[in-house]
Design a protein around this ligand. Structure first.
Ligand SMILES: Nc1nc2c(ncn2[C@@H]2O[C@H](COP(=O)(O)OP(=O)(O)OP(=O)(O)O)[C@@H](O)[C@H]2O)c(=O)[nH]1
Ligand SMILES: [Mg+2]
Length: 308
């Protein structure tokens, strides 16, 4: 009971914390690190995340609702509009913005565009610069990079971390809580995300495809889980359809004698087992849906559009 009294009192802090930054800087890895579980798909390639995703961290003194976003990018497809709007909405709705940069590199044109975008849509929101991947660079060398990031925008503070080694994570958490407003506990304390497991499975399958496939093919892919259910006592049965845009891509995804789809399936199955904590039987089908990235009807049907 002491708990609840504490949470209703003025001193409890809470808020929405948007993780924004270019594709591939490590936003989803940071989210998973805080939540202690892989709820967001991560991959070595950019544009892994396509939708906003919440990661909820509840403590005695605060509840932090992290919002992982897709990295803003320029793309000529209708799908890109959706992806960029997802990032924009997260910015507008946030109480604090974590601008994530890769400290092993100088900021570039994309970073400058993102900084402008932040000023335009969420100029009043407090912001903190998070320089990630510090494990990749000597402290002395990263100095010049850090300075260049600081010049992109005015930040209240900045911190260097490594999402893979967890260095700096606790300090970052302390800073976040300091910067959050007083507020209620929005979600029950045992809830870690608002995304269904089946949707996380979709992202994990696409991340496996991003890992195994080259070039444009995984970007032309959309994954839909059609069945996600316990069939036998201890086995989770997952059936997913992998939509691609052309016949030729279907051939590549299936591979010689089914070798590619088998590799994607094996990697994805392991990830889904880790996420769900259950043995998984994963069944994958591949379907062609011509030019789906530009097809408003397809995008609407599968929740990849903000149009009514
Ligand atoms: N060395 C190193 N690699 C990292 C670190 N953080 C993330 N990565 C790697 O960077 C790659 C991209 O990470 P993600 O978390 O998918 O990046 P993201 O910003 O969510 O990317 P999008 O969803 O495409 O916008 C993965 O291969 C991660 O393992 C870090 O601190 N150090
Ligand atoms: Mg991501």
């Amino acid at each position: 009971m002491v708990d609840e009294i504490n949470r209703d009192s003025k001193s409890y802090k809470s808020g929405y914390v948007a993780l924004v930054g270019k594709p591939n800087v490590g936003k989803s890895t940071i989210l998973n690190g805080f939540i202690g579980q892989k709820i967001a798909a991560v991959s070595i390639k950019p544009q892994t995340t396509r939708k906003r995703q919440l990661g909820i961290l509840t403590r005695e003194d605060a509840q932090i609702v992290f919002v992982d976003t897709p990295g803003l990018h320029s793309g000529e497809f209708k799908l890109s509009e959706f992806i960029n709007e997802e990032a924009r909405y997260a910015l507008m709705d946030s109480d604090l913005i974590l601008y994530v940069g890769d400290v092993s590199q100088f900021p570039d044109e994309e970073d400058r565009k993102l900084a402008e975008e932040i000023l335009q849509v969420a100029g009043q929101v407090r912001r903190l610069l998070v320089l990630n991947k510090m494990d990749l660079v000597e402290t002395g060398l990263s100095e010049a990079h850090a300075k260049a990031y600081q010049e992109l925008l005015s930040f209240e503070d900045s911190i260097r971390i490594s999402a893979v080694t967890a260095a700096g994570r606790e300090d970052l958490l302390t800073k976040i809580i300091e910067m959050l407003p007083e507020g209620p506990q929005y979600f029950p304390e045992d809830q870690i995300t608002a995304t269904y497991e089946r949707e996380i499975a979709e992202d994990l399958i696409r991340a496996a495809a991003l890992f195994h496939l080259r070039d444009e093919v995984p970007y032309s892919m959309f994954v839909r889980v059609n069945e996600y259910a316990k069939r036998e006592e201890d086995i989770l049965y997952v059936h997913a359809t992998l939509f691609v845009e052309r016949e030729s891509q279907k051939g590549i995804v299936i591979g010689m004698g089914g070798s590619m789809i088998k590799m994607i399936g094996t990697s994805a199955r392991k990830e889904i087992e880790e996420m769900s904590g259950e043995p998984v039987y994963l069944d994958l089908s591949v379907k062609v849906e011509k030019n789906w990235r530009n097809n408003p009807e397809f995008l609407r049907r599968y929740g990849l559009s903000h149009d009514e």
